[in-house]
Every structure is written in structure tokens, then in C-alpha cells.
Ligand binder design. Structure first.
Ligand SMILES: [Zn+2]
Ligand SMILES: [Zn+2]
Length: 138
């Protein structure tokens, strides 16, 4: 089930983003598809609903979301960037067989910051690569 327009509008407003049809559609897509989609994934899915949609408008929307801190961009060992609506600290596991990207929790003290005295940390990314349980069990 899709998120209600009211919910989407409120969420955008809470993050100082002026609601528009495309912003609401992209936000809804991200909430409904927590699979870390690429611009292409989003474009293909929304194109049917909005025939006038361009990839540029999706890029612009995601850039704005990024600036406002409601998405994170993931740069994995892939050609295309993926977007994550979950901005809380968590790690990713990329299966090299099925390509699926898994979220898993990590504790903040997973990092040993002792060696970073005097450094300022703005962002943290942990990406693991291997074979997921599902593929391994086959
Ligand atoms: Zn797999
Ligand atoms: Zn994630």
C-alpha cells in the first residue's frame, strides 16, 4: 500500500522540502522499495505513472533529498549509485551472486575512534561483500 499524500507532504515539509508531485512520487517509491534503488530503477517504475518524467528530474529530486538529509547515497563497487531512505547508522552486505543488498545493524562503538583523535567524522559507510545466506544454502 502506498503512503497517503498527506503523510508524504508532511514528511517533505518536516524536512523543509516544498512538496511537488515528483517529490512525493519519488519519496513514496523509496519508502515502498527499501532495496536501495538506483535512479534507473526509480525512473523505470515511475515512468508509467508520469509519462513526462525525465531522469534529470529524478536526479534533481534525489540531490535535493540528499542535501536535506533524507536519503543517503551508496557508492558500492557498481557503476550506478544507489539511494537509501534509511539514514540511520547501519551496514550493508552486497551479495556477489544474486546482487541483493542487505541492511544490518551495527553499534556506534563498532568503530574504534582512538586513532582518529583530531579528526572530524562526517559520515560512516560500511560495505561488506560476499555470498548471502540464501545463495550459500542453495
Ligand atoms: Zn545472494
Ligand atoms: Zn541501507
Amino acid at each position: 500500500m502506498d503512503y497517503s499524500n498527506e503523510k508524504l507532504i508532511n514528511y517533505l515539509k518536516e524536512h523543509n522540502i516544498k512538496p511537488s508531485t515528483i517529490r512525493m512520487k519519488v519519496l513514496n517509491y523509496l519508502f515502498m522499495n527499501k532495496t536501495h534503488p538506483t535512479v534507473d530503477d526509480i525512473y523505470k517504475s515511475l515512468k508509467e505513472e508520469i509519462p513526462t518524467l525525465s531522469k534529470t528530474s529524478i536526479y534533481n529530486t534525489l540531490d535535493l533529498f540528499l542535501e536535506k538529509g533524507i536519503v543517503k547515497v551508496l557508492s558500492l563497487q557498481e557503476k550506478e549509485l544507489r539511494y537509501d531512505i534509511d539514514t540511520n547508522l547501519h551496514a550493508h552486505f552486497k551479495c556477489e551472486k544474486c546482487g541483493k543488498l542487505y541492511d544490518f545493524p551495527i553499534s556506534p562503538n563498532f568503530f574504534n575512534d582512538d586513532h582518529l583523535d583530531g579528526f572530524i567524522i562526517n559520515d560512516r559507510d560500511i560495505h561488506l561483500y560476499g555470498i548471502c545466506k540464501e545463495c550459500n544454502d542453495k
